[in-house]
Write a protein that binds this ligand. Structure first.
Ligand SMILES: [Zn+2]
Ligand SMILES: [Zn+2]
Length: 286
């Protein structure tokens, strides 16, 4: 019985494959939640390419994508997720922000058409299914896994997730913007008591005024929300492309000083959620 979270892409906006971004990672948003080999994939940013290869090696062939939203940095790894080209794989994709905009199938297929991508969506071999819901809905995935959602404050909309299994829970809260001095009640309700919260920490509080209205938040707001909602640990996530390894080292130090339960997510990091050790002993394999 286990619940693990692995970060395959931690960057926001655009991939940053440069030497001074390697420590924290250059791939865009993709997080694997593994519950007893049930594979839930949070977003299909460029990090999903390596995840696809890893899933094939592990001989796992059934996955659920839960999309926070469909900006490029969260979907453009999908055409390079090699399992979509195999006929022995089953993939379900869900999104909560596209009800009025044609749905998730339309958006994913529109990025795979000529002349911007050579393989048409209709030629994918995997057994694919698509489901749209409304951010705020809750649903069961079977096998004792339950999902709650909330709307995010982001241009074109978005969905935050809480995945629960037995007495453990992890939350994925990106991309979203806060209002200074007014904690987002939808988020507080969703993350209350969670073991791990992955939070949009694109900016610092000092940088934020310059980027007000861009739809993103700060690691300091993540700390404030997590403390208020009795969360176990905070993963600082969706790093700005301009934040190189030196900058992120400083964020890690500052965040630890502000709240020792906060850490900076790095590509390749796995966090094992252990209910019996809540809240301080969740292992972070770096
Ligand atoms: Zn993003
Ligand atoms: Zn976005």
């Amino acid at each position: 019985m286990s619940m693990n979270v692995t970060f395959w892409g931690v960057r926001g906006s655009i991939a940053t494959p440069s030497a001074d971004h390697m420590k924290y990672g250059g791939n865009t948003s993709c997080v694997e939640v593994n519950v007893n080999d049930r594979v839930i994939i949070l977003d299909a940013g460029t990090g999903v390419r390596l995840l696809g290869e890893c899933l094939m090696r592990r001989n796992l062939k059934d996955y659920l994508f839960l999309q926070s939203h469909t900006h490029w940095d969260h979907i453009n790894g999908f055409p390079f997720f090699s399992p979509i080209y195999r006929d022995d794989v089953r993939i379900e994709v869900m999104a909560g922000h596209l009800g009025e905009l044609g749905g998730i199938k339309k958006v994913l297929s529109s990025q795979m058409c000529q002349p911007t991508f050579p393989v048409p969506f209709a030629e994918l071999a995997a057994n694919l299914s698509f489901h749209d819901f409304k951010a705020g809905d809750s649903f069961s995935l079977g096998d004792g896994i339950f999902v709650r959602t909330a709307p995010m404050k982001h241009p074109d909309g978005g969905t935050g997730y809480r995945i629960e299994f037995e007495d453990k829970s992890i939350c994925y809260i990106t991309d979203t913007e806060h209002v200074i001095g007014h904690p987002d009640q939808d988020i507080l309700d969703l993350i209350e008591g969670a073991d791990l919260v992955i939070y949009d920490s694109t900016y610092t509080d000092e940088e934020y005024p310059t980027f007000k209205g861009w739809g993103h938040s700060t690691w300091q707001e993540g700390v404030r929300l997590c403390k208020a909602a009795h969360v176990g640990q905070l993963a600082i996530f969706h790093h700005d492309p301009s934040h190189d390894d030196n900058f992120m080292d400083q964020v890690a130090k500052d965040a630890y000083k502000a709240w020792p339960n906060a850490f900076v997510a790095r590509e390749g990091m796995t966090v094992e959620i252990k209910a019996e050790s809540y809240p301080n002993k969740i292992s972070v394999a770096r």
